[in-house]
Design a binder for this molecule. Structure first.
Ligand SMILES: C[S@@+](CC[C@H](N)C(=O)[O-])C[C@H]1O[C@@H](n2cnc3c(N)ncnc32)[C@H](O)[C@@H]1O
Length: 473
């Protein structure tokens, strides 16, 4: 009983990847909340550090986070830590023997890894560091190929590659528990995806979005600007049923011009269902429809556990909605840089601010309570302030993370959670509180985006390519 008690009071060390730094905390918080656990960091927590100490978790909690995270690399049961090797030694010697001994037994095998952040060590130096750990009573045999237990000495040399100290700033030692799902970034790369488009979302960000959204098995997930379905691919990986709509007939039907170099037309079966089949999740495909997100097509009431989407910003594709012939005085041509082969019967401008107001209203009406909306908001950085993030009385803002795209532009990943059903008074909320009214400044995003960079020497085309390389539009 005593051993059980001490084992659930352990501290765990999470080693995080040093990319998408802004997205890491909301990801880990979201995954913890799926287990009903709060984020309880150790003292001196630094969000930008690659190492986080977490309290109040069980090994099962840690395993469940690692089974989903793409932001964390590995997790360890932390046995000791300190600013110097001597502090580490003191800390390790104080660690309860009953916590260590099950992993140090004579009949077991083990290996010790050395990991250094922001410094590369010679092989001999690593061996010296391992030899210096002899004060821990490892009784098992070393087995480098297939050890029963893996331990790791992790040294943190700070985050400045131009100022690497001789000695580590902080050192940790722990028992390895699990790796995260970084491998998904490679295995689901859009480069190897069956059906892609000019705006297909990068695999890593798609999984981050699905984690921020807390998508889980048997959920029903909807993407109203589905494109080639990259977000549905990530959500179905976590066992959710997925569906989507897009205004573009050719995209939904997987026909028209191909986006790949050296391929003129899309081949047969280049569609979203085939993408899910590629990753073994076709049984979770519900359907996709041609539909304009500005028009109501859904029956009233709660329909979806999650709404996850990457709305058009008008950089690579125009922001459009369908209209009748008589509306066509207001119709817009696709933007000059629009390279897709689109098919939208008669299209009219769909202002960015309206897109977001519609998206939040739709989510307020059609999400389950506790269900999340996760979407990208384009931002003109010189003018951005938090008040620009659209609000809705039925949705609580959970997180707001920035991905910088250029010196002047970025997009922010917004996560909201439905807290109540809409009432009649909510429809009028925008009249009394400017937070709830559409931010008209978003409409000028495209114009500002290009005027911003014209101050520099980049051409619109170059900058567009840069955004695409970042997984943006
Ligand atoms: C940024 S892309 C989405 C890319 C998608 N996440 C993917 O991975 O392929 C935005 C999509 O919104 C669609 N779209 C534009 N206006 C729309 C509207 N009014 N209603 C529905 N879809 C629209 C475009 O055709 C485009 O496919």
């Amino acid at each position: 009983m005593a051993i059980h008690y001490s084992r659930i009071c352990l501290q765990y060390l999470i080693h995080l990847a040093h990319d998408n730094v802004d997205f890491r905390l909301p990801e880990i918080r979201s995954l913890l909340s799926l287990r009903g656990k709060p984020f309880d960091p150790g003292e001196n927590f630094k969000e930008k550090s690659p190492f986080w100490r977490l309290n109040g978790l069980s090994e099962e909690d840690v395993n469940s986070i690692m089974a989903r995270t793409v932001c964390a690399k590995s997790a360890f049961e932390l046995w000791g830590h300190g600013r110097t090797h001597s502090e580490l030694r003191n800390s390790l010697l104080k660690y309860p023997t009953e916590n260590m001994s099950p992993f140090l037994q004579k009949d077991s095998t083990y290996k010790i890894n050395v990991y250094t952040f922001n410094k590369t060590l010679e092989f001999e130096d690593r061996i010296k560091k391992i030899d210096a750990m002899e004060y821990l009573s490892f009784e098992g045999r070393v087995n480098l190929r297939n050890p029963k237990h893996i331990f790791c000495l992790l040294e943190d040399y700070g985050t400045d590659p131009n100022d690497i100290p001789d000695e580590p700033l902080y050192i940790y030692f722990g028992r390895w528990i699990a790796d995260g799902q970084r491998e998904l970034i490679r295995s689901h790369s859009v480069k190897k995806r069956h059906f892609i488009g000019n705006t297909s979302m990068d695999a890593g960000l798609s999984f981050i979005m699905a984690n921020h959204a807390r998508v889980k098995a048997h959920d029903l997930v909807y993407d109203p600007f589905v494109g080639t379905g990259s977000l549905l691919v990530a959500c179905s990986h976590f066992g959710a049923y997925v569906c989507g709509t897009d205004i573009d007939y050719n995209t939904i039907h997987g026909i028209g011009k191909a986006s790949r170099k050296n391929q003129k037309w899309r081949g047969p079966d280049e569609n979203i269902r085939a993408n899910l089949r590629q990753y073994g999740s076709e049984k979770l495909y519900v359907d996709v429809l041609v539909s304009d997100a500005s028009k109501p097509i859904w029956r009233d009431g709660v329909l979806f556990d999650t709404i996850i989407t990457d709305p058009p910003y008008g950089i690579r594709e125009s922001t459009r909605r369908t209209g009748s012939q008589k509306d066509s005085v207001n119709s817009v041509k696709p933007s000059e840089d629009y390279v897709g082969d689109s098919h939208v019967p008669v299209s009219m401008a769909y202002h960015l601010s309206d897109i977001f107001t519609d998206l939040l209203n739709f989510s307020a009406h059609h999400l389950v309570i506790g269900g999340r909306l996760v979407y990208w908001l384009p931002i003109y950085r010189p003018e951005y302030c938090e008040e620009m993030v659209p609000l809705n009385a039925c949705l609580r803002l959970v997180s707001n993370c920035e991905q910088t795209l250029s010196s002047h532009t970025s997009r922010r990943l917004i996560t909201m959670e439905k807290i109540k059903e809409p009432e009649e008074t909510d429809v009028l909320a925008h009249l009394s509180d400017p937070h709830f009214s559409p931010y008209q400044g978003h409409n000028a995003f495209r114009e500002k985006y290009f005027s911003g960079i014209s101050k520099r020497t980049l051409t619109g085309k170059e900058e567009t390519n840069k955004m695409a390389a970042n997984g943006g539009e």
